[in-house]
Design a protein around this ligand. Structure first.
Ligand code: PD2
Ligand code: ZN
Length: 289
């Protein structure tokens, strides 16, 4: 029997959905529920689909009932078959670590040493005390929680920036046009970026103005351009995770709703010795212009 005629002859009824949710709530594993369905005559593909769609729908319904904002699609590297490397078009990028909740992926060798040096050199004359978007008004402000110095490149501002942006788009399967301009940050000893969320707080009055330009931020890629001697890791307090700021490497994390439930709280630990340089790419839901 073809799978489409199987789907038609084995419809996923509301009763079946309820039964699946009941099984999950009773603590039965996905595997055991699947085995029970197959044993009672369900086609395996249909059963897997029914389980996936039912449980995803149920989780989302619960989240919305709890007052969480709706989940949206997010960028995601193609890690389905646990590859050691990803083809990012013009470069083979190493996959060093992957965590599901929060969604965090550490990449190796995303940038060459020359690219790191060139980004630093091009940004240096344009550095100023870092601003953060002021969610009260939609403007920008100097923020005491962020003591680094930084600047933004325009998207596609030069060949180097355009090349890196195309690489990132391919790596995380997200349109280049949805990216904000690349930001460069420079940290000297004692400077840090206190833990925060990168999405815009839906409760702040300036947020609707910010969202008109491309919607929410849904993912962040922090690329390490120069490594400090001590300190300066990127920390995820809700995951007890610290990513080492190794030159050429990068940490990617996504957040499918503007809510702490994503566990995407993260910060730049104080630099204890040496200097840390990073490039940050924030990705929006839609075209950012
Ligand atoms: O420098 C970092 O590790 C860091 C930490 C938290 C950067 C950012 N956030 C950012 O650029 O958003
Ligand atoms: Zn951040």
């Amino acid at each position: 029997m073809s799978s489409s005629s199987t789907q038609a002859s084995q419809p996923i009824t509301p009763e079946l959905r309820k039964w699946i949710v009941d099984q999950a709530q009773a603590g039965h594993s996905a595997e055991s529920v699947l085995r029970a369905m197959i044993a009672s005559g369900w086609n395996e593909d249909v059963a897997v689909n029914a389980m996936e769609s039912t449980l995803r729908g149920h989780l989302e319904q619960q989240a919305v009932e709890k007052g969480l904002p709706l989940a949206v699609p997010v960028p995601e590297p193609s890690l389905g078959e646990s590859p050691l490397y990803l083809d990012a078009g013009d470069r083979r990028v190493h996959v060093l670590q992957s965590m599901l909740d929060p969604r965090v992926v550490v990449f190796g060798d995303l940038l060459s040493a020359e690219e790191c040096e060139q980004l630093i050199a091009l940004s240096q004359p344009r550095l100023a005390r870092s601003l953060t978007v002021q969610t009260k008004t939609g403007g920008e402000e100097v923020n005491a929680d962020r003591t680094s110095h930084g600047m933004f490149f325009q998207r596609g501002e030069n060949e180097l920036v355009g090349r890196i942006e195309a690489r990132i788009a391919r790596l995380v399967n997200w349109p280049l046009e949805n990216g904000e301009g690349l930001q460069i940050l420079h940290y000297t000893p004692g400077t840090e970026y206190k833990p925060h969320y990168d999405y815009f707080d839906p409760k702040e009055p300036g947020t609707p103005t910010i969202l008109r330009r491309g919607g929410q931020r849904v993912a962040t890629l922090i690329m390490y351009l120069a490594e400090p001697e001590k300190g300066g890791g990127t920390v995820f307090p809700d995951a007890n995770l610290e990513v080492a700021p190794k030159r050429g490497n990068a940490v990617f994390f996504s957040y499918d709703r503007a809510h702490p439930a994503t566990k995407s709280l993260h910060g730049g630990a104080p630099v204890l010795a040496g200097e840390k340089w990073i490039a940050t790419k924030w990705l929006r839901e839609r075209k950012f212009e």
